[in-house]
Ligand binder design. Structure first.
Ligand SMILES: Cc1cc2nc3c(=O)[nH]c(=O)nc-3n(C[C@H](O)[C@H](O)[C@H](O)COP(=O)(O)OP(=O)(O)OC[C@H]3O[C@@H](n4cnc5c(N)ncnc54)[C@H](O)[C@@H]3O)c2cc1C
Length: 420
């Protein structure tokens, strides 16, 4: 692992050299763009419509408002009142008093944008008409588009996601959950991915007296990542006192037995609280009526390497992020990288050219920093099929809220009052 640390420090400058010039150039182009973009009446503007305002959709909208030529605007449609910072949801589900910080106001998303280039609508899109080039919202409103980018991600149960669309209701979901955790002595967490692992570690850290069992269907935790990570994390959780049952898909009872798990050897265990951390479902149904091959077996949207729909009838529709069937990892960072591909292709098509930029995942998109309780974390990067990097560390971030102030600032939001 000492070698891994050294290697990590050698690849960081390489990454800086790759991305820093691009970021600086983008900044410069954005300044020139803000000086040259001419505001026109809304009725004369063509719309690039982005569906979904999470990690992928906001990154895309931000880059479009820095690059679209005069005559075009970006409209972002998102059903939630606030940006849901889901990376920190497992921590805030356990530690009371932080939950308001998970919901960041969108108010200043485009504060520095040229007038008229950006608009945001809060609404739930129910269908897409690829021929008429319009989407329909739950309230019956229709929004037309010249180009469409679908970044509607996936849904999952609490604590990976909340069901609420308004901040006050989302905060309430957290508080109710925290109450249930506080009132439970024996807790089972089902699903040993990143959410289940972080949650189990945090329960044991903040409530050492509670019994925590983490159940996972595969023989190794975090099975979507490399073997070393799973083994390392299993060791650390064991030291923290979290019990593990691997290679198990327990059946869950119903009614009064909803917290009883039955294992493959026939044994049953009763818990006070059972927390499922499995089962991501892509939010792709809004587009399924476009054709029989629009969706992959996984339920995600089939895309070409240019991130246009695979169906050649819809070259003006793109899909990216967790909802798209790409070769990239299902990570926030990957969605942001894909946003650059979509921006480049839309700009090229606006100029009458081809969508020629292709998405090729970079290993850094799959890098993971996993917190394991209050003060420990582990960084894991799969650099190539042969080489991975695992660096355990003390959490630099001493804040229980995992340094959320930085994220609020990134969104131009004021951290003096987290309740807004
Ligand atoms: C607990 C947790 C921790 C994570 N940690 C990391 C990490 O450290 N690093 C990392 O890179 N990744 C991490 N991930 C993965 C990351 O969160 C996802 O890859 C990322 O959220 C995908 O972003 P997305 O924008 O594509 O989709 P989502 O985040 O799923 O967002 C989709 C958005 O679309 C909106 N939407 C959906 N349907 C509609 C509709 N019909 N109308 C209007 N709006 C709609 C939703 O409200 C949502 O805001 C983590 C995930 C979880 C759950």
């Amino acid at each position: 692992m000492a070698n891994d640390k050294l290697h990590l420090f050698t690849i960081l400058p390489r990454l800086l050299i790759t991305y820093l010039p691009t970021l600086l150039l983008q900044r410069l182009q954005a300044i020139i763009h803000s000086l040259t973009y001419r505001s026109l009446p809304p009725s004369s503007l063509k719309t690039v419509l982005v569906l979904g305002g999470s990690f992928t959709g906001t990154a895309l909208a931000r880059r479009l408002r820095q690059t679209l030529p005069t005559g075009y605007r970006v409209v972002l449609i998102e059903k939630n009142s606030h940006f849901n910072y889901s990376f920190n949801f497992p921590r805030y589900a356990i530690v009371s008093g932080l939950e308001e910080r998970a919901f960041i106001p969108y108010t200043n998303l485009a504060s520095s944008a040229p007038k008229g280039i950006f608009a945001q609508v809060q609404g739930n899109v129910v269908s897409v008409d690829g021929v008429k080039k319009e989407v329909e919202l739950e309230n019956g409103e229709k929004v037309g588009f010249e180009f469409l980018a679908v970044a509607t991600g996936s849904r999952q149960g609490f604590p990976a996601k909340v069901q609420a669309t308004e901040k006050r209701d989302g905060v309430e979901e957290f508080r109710e959950f925290q109450e249930r955790v506080r009132g439970s002595g024996r807790i089972a967490v089902v699903g040993g991915g990143a959410v289940g692992v972080q949650l189990s570690a945090d329960v044991k850290e903040w409530f050492p007296e509670k019994e925590v069992l983490l159940v996972h269907s595969r023989e190794r935790l975090l099975s979507g990542f490399g073997e070393r990570l799973g083994d390392y994390v299993a060791g650390r959780l064991g030291e923290m006192g979290v019990k593990l049952r691997l290679g198990e898909r327990p059946s869950v009872g119903s009614g009064e037995k909803a917290t009883t798990l039955k294992f493959k050897d026939g044994s049953e265990e009763v818990f006070d609280l059972m927390i499922p951390c499995t089962g991501q479902i892509p939010n792709s149904s809004i587009i399924s009526s476009l054709g029989p091959d629009v969706l992959a077996k996984s339920g995600r949207i089939n895309v070409k390497p240019t991130l246009q729909l695979s169906d050649p009838a819809y070259p003006h529709i793109f899909a990216l992020g967790d909802v798209a069937e790409t070769y990239g990892p299902k990570m926030g960072r990957a969605g942001m990288m894909q946003a650059e591909i979509v921006v480049s292709n839309i700009l090229s098509m606006i100029k009458g050219g081809e969508a020629s930029k292709k998405y090729v995942p970079h290993f850094v998109e799959g890098a993971l920093k996993l917190s394991l309780g209050k003060s420990e974390s582990v960084i894991y990067v799969k650099e190539s099929p042969e080489r991975d990097i695992l660096v355990p560390g003390k959490s630099k971030c001493k804040n229980e809220d995992l340094g959320i102030a930085q994220v609020w600032k990134h969104f131009g939001a004021d951290t003096k009052d987290y309740s807004v």
